[in-house]
Every structure is written in C-alpha cells, then in structure tokens.
Design a protein around this ligand. Structure first.
Ligand code: S3P
Length: 182
C-alpha cells in the first residue's frame, strides 16, 4: 500500500510538474523529489552536460535505472519526473508501479511562452522550438495518457485548483484502499 500512496507528476517540459510538486508537498506534508535533480546530483553534472557528453540514450537509461530504485524505497513521496520519462514502455510500467500518476496537460503555446528564454532543456535548443514542442508533444501524447491515472488540463486551471484536485483524488483513493476494492 505504501507505493500506492506516492504521487507522480508527469507532463511535458514546462507543464509545471516541479512547481506543483513543491506546493503539493507543503499541502500534503509529504517529501517531494524531482528525478532530474536526483540524476544531476548523482552524476555531478547538469542534464545539458549529460546530453552533450553522453547523449540522450544514456540519460534515458539513467531515468529507467532510477525509477527501478525508487520502487524499492520505503515511505511516501511526491515525485516529479522528466518530460520524456513516460516515452519508454518500461518506464510507464515502473511509473504506475511507483504510485498514482498525475498528468499535467498543457498546450504547445503555453510551453513555448514559459520556456522560450530557457537554455536548460537540450531538446529545445533548436532554430524553431515551437515546432519542436508541437512535434514532440504529438509523439508523446499517447504515452502520457497511457500511464495517467488523473489528467489535469493544467494551463486552464489555477495552481490552487490543481493542488485541490490532486489532494481530493488522493483522499478518495485512500478511502477506497481502506474500504477494499469492492
Ligand atoms: C526532457 C525533459 C526535462 C529533462 C530533459 C529531457 C524531455 O525535464 O528530463 O531535458 O525529454 O522532455 P523537465 O520536463 O522537468 O523539463
């Protein structure tokens, strides 16, 4: 039951996973963790450096290994994961095993506005980032939806309402666990 109670935030880069994770962590009084940060700390270098030195596949492998390790951990936490994590089928299985998956869905335009000055997302350092965002989002849409327990239209919802919605779903789920599946 412990694993069931973790909350995992997924969604495209710039969908607000990190900010929602921090606010939710205060609200639910649960520790929050960001898998990108865990990888950076462990590797002693930034995501951009990892991509530049060893390539995307190497980073993807680190993501998969980390998810496997998190599943074995005790305690209950809120995790935010990288935007590309759910793309691998294996990761989708691991994410679902890790806990309740919340997908923060946003439009390509929102992502572009939020990240147009950002240099820390290697996949968006290209001549036409908006086009890249649209393309990647379309490629990933099914993967995100396939592993989500809850989908929140995050760019049309106030932060406070996002937090309330997730907190409420969590309460409902706890009751379901207490009362049993039937
Ligand atoms: C990526 C998203 C990033 C980071 C890496 C790759 C992606 O995380 O993992 O740059 O493939 O979408 P955020 O979603 O936290 O920006």
């Amino acid at each position: 039951m412990g694993q069931e109670q973790n909350i995992i935030l997924i969604g495209f880069m710039g969908s607000g996973k990190t900010s929602v994770g921090v606010k939710l962590s205060y609200r639910l009084r649960l520790p929050g963790e960001d898998t990108d940060k865990l990888i950076e700390r462990r590797e002693g270098r930034s995501i951009s450096e990892i991509f530049a030195d060893d390539g995307e596949e190497y980073f993807r492998q680190l993501e998969t290994e980390l998810l496997g390790e998190l599943i074995g951990r005790g305690g209950t936490r809120i995790y935010s994961v990288g935007g590309g994590t759910p793309v691998r089928g294996e990761n989708r299985r691991l994410l679902k095993q890790l806990g309740q998956v919340v997908y923060l869905k946003v439009s390509p335009e929102t992502v572009y506005e939020r990240l147009k000055e950002d240099a820390t997302r290697p996949l968006l350092q290209c001549p036409d980032p908006l086009d890249r965002i649209r393309q990647l989002m379309e490629e990933r849409r099914e993967a995100y939806e396939a592993c989500a327990d809850i989908i929140i239209e995050a760019d049309q919802t106030e932060m406070e309402d996002i937090i309330n919605r997730i907190a409420k779903e969590r309460e409902t789920r706890k009751l379901l666990v207490i009362n049993g599946p039937n």
